[in-house]
Design a protein around this ligand. Sequence first.
Ligand SMILES: CC(C)(COP(=O)(O)OP(=O)(O)OC[C@H]1O[C@@H](n2cnc3c(N)ncnc32)[C@H](O)[C@@H]1OP(=O)(O)O)[C@@H](O)C(=O)NCCC(=O)NCCS
Length: 272
Amino acid sequence: MTLVPETVAAWQRIRTGRTPVAAPAAASHAAYFLELLDGRAPSPDVARVLDVALTLHADHELNASTFATRVAVATLADLHAAVVAAIATLKGPRHGGANEDVLAMLLEIGDPARAEGYVEARLGSRAGLSKHERGDPRARVPGFGHRVYRVDDARARVLRGMAKSMAEATGRQKLFEVAERVYDAMRARTTLPVNVDFFSAVVYDALGIPPDFCTSIFAVGRVAGWCAHALEQFADNRLIRPRADYVGAAPRPLPADQGRRTETSMASSSKS
Ligand SMILES: CC(C)(COP(=O)(O)OP(=O)(O)OC[C@H]1O[C@@H](n2cnc3c(N)ncnc32)[C@H](O)[C@@H]1OP(=O)(O)O)[C@@H](O)C(=O)NCCC(=O)NCCS
């Protein structure tokens, strides 16, 4: 369970020109990770904030990455492979990747006075787009909408309170204020619920975490859930293999010349 935070922290240090630090003796998983990241022990308050954030991200039923874990485990792939499948699935902007997009968006808005206009423009840009084009993350407001919830995610309420106090403690109130204005603008214009990624981005910003590192932090928390689901799947396993309904064209005869081409290419490939 410590391998993921160790790898994530080491990579962040290496890519910012620092060398990884030796594993410290820390009071909690969060404090351990923060010390690996910064090379010095965090204050108890900061460690507590990350502890709560990681706990809130640890598990969430059959979300996409957890489902990917179970599918991999069900084939009897090993735990490492299953976690790799989960990380790959988490990366997408419709899942954990939204974390990064939220922070990038809030930083791009920059000023609370610009939030309303930004949301208006981003939602307005959807007019005239096809359904497929509206699926592009750039035509959506990250941090809103959920495949299951129709009301605000309960975790967002906790993260919102933490984001506020952390932003005040670190002098990053402006970003929190931007987030509040985006939230209000989305409330006024849509029925989309706020999800876990929205206010967690403000918390991560207050912890000094850059946008392109947010999804990795999500993985540091969610690996607990992935492993728990993996163990459960191993304990009572059966291959996960959904069926699909074919909804394409009905069987139809091939045009005569196409049929001949297919026969010819099959004949030549059987000789090779
Ligand atoms: C999470 C998410 C993929 C759930 O999707 P879903 O329940 O399958 O809903 P759909 O993708 O079918 O979207 C339903 C409608 O709401 C719109 N919508 C959904 N989320 C939206 C968002 N964040 N901003 C703007 N419009 C959104 C869709 O464009 C679609 O509208 P349309 O039918 O006019 O094209 C989706 O809400 C999303 O992309 N959110 C932004 C990314 C994000 O925060 N992900 C983290 C989730 S925890």
